[in-house]
Design a protein around this ligand. Structure first.
Ligand code: AMP
Length: 219
């Protein structure tokens, strides 16, 4: 099993970059945010537990997150390569991930920290739109759809995530500083953290990560 992590503030581009990597490599994209949104949409027990935290931009409790990630890893093949996006977000989650991977005779291989200035994070989040049907991401200025409010790929309706409102965005950035930034030191101390400039075009960031990540999976 191989594991890489995309770490970075909301708006750093973790989701888009992960999709760029997934499309040209064997890494499976595991986004806890996407899993939770799906659970909320389907009204599952996890979704009901998570919804109010997500609306406020707060973190969903660790035990819920560990549960969904543990299930996901249990379903995968022993030699799968995972790329986590938005997980771990607390030291507790990072430690439990290490324990789980040790149980599979494995470990986190590399952590890519996506760096971008605060103003860019805010403008990316406020302009973000997502297709309700296929999940394709857009940005009102940077990646506009051909036709306003309509997905280029499937014709679905584009919407703004409830937690992409200005007030919630500021809270999510604050939560990142308070609860997630400590992971930088955690992974730095292990010698596996790599800083990546995520303020550039997506393709450049993806290429830089692939140069390090692809050899892990022998491609
Ligand atoms: P994201 O799509 O990664 O920005 O996540 C959206 C929201 O889902 C976050 O603001 C949290 O409320 C919740 N969430 C996603 N991943 C985690 C995680 N690893 N730990 C706690 N909450 C999470």
């Amino acid at each position: 099993m191989k594991t890489i992590i995309l770490l970075g503030a909301p708006g750093a581009g973790k989701g888009t970059i992960a999709e760029g990597i997934r499309s040209v490599s064997p890494f499976l994209h595991v986004s806890t945010g996407d899993m939770l949104r799906e659970a909320v949409k389907n009204g599952t027990a996890v979704g009901r537990q998570a919804e109010s935290y997500m609306k406020r931009g707060e973190l969903v409790p660790d035990n819920v997150i560990i549960g969904i990630v543990g299930e996901r890893l249990a379903q995968g093949a022993r030699d799968a390569a995972y790329m986590f996006d938005g997980f771990p977000r607390t030291l507790e989650q990072a430690r439990l991930l290490d324990e789980t991977l040790t149980g599979h005779d494995s470990k986190v291989d590399k952590v890519f920290l996506l760096d971008a200035p605060r103003e860019l994070l805010i403008s990316r989040l406020t302009g973000r739109r997502v297709c309700r049907k296929c999940g394709q991401g857009y940005h009102l200025i940077n990646i506009p759809p051909k036709c306003v409010g309509v997905c280029d790929i499937c014709g679905g309706e584009l919407y703004q995530r409830a937690d992409d409102s200005e007030a919630t965005i500021l809270n999510r950035l604050e939560v990142y500083t308070r609860q997630t930034e400590s992971l930088i030191t955690y992974y730095q101390d292990k010698g596996i953290l790599i800083h990546v400039d995520a303020s550039r075009q997506r393709g450049e960031t993806v290429a830089e990560i692939l140069r390090v990540a692809k050899p892990l999976v022998g491609t």
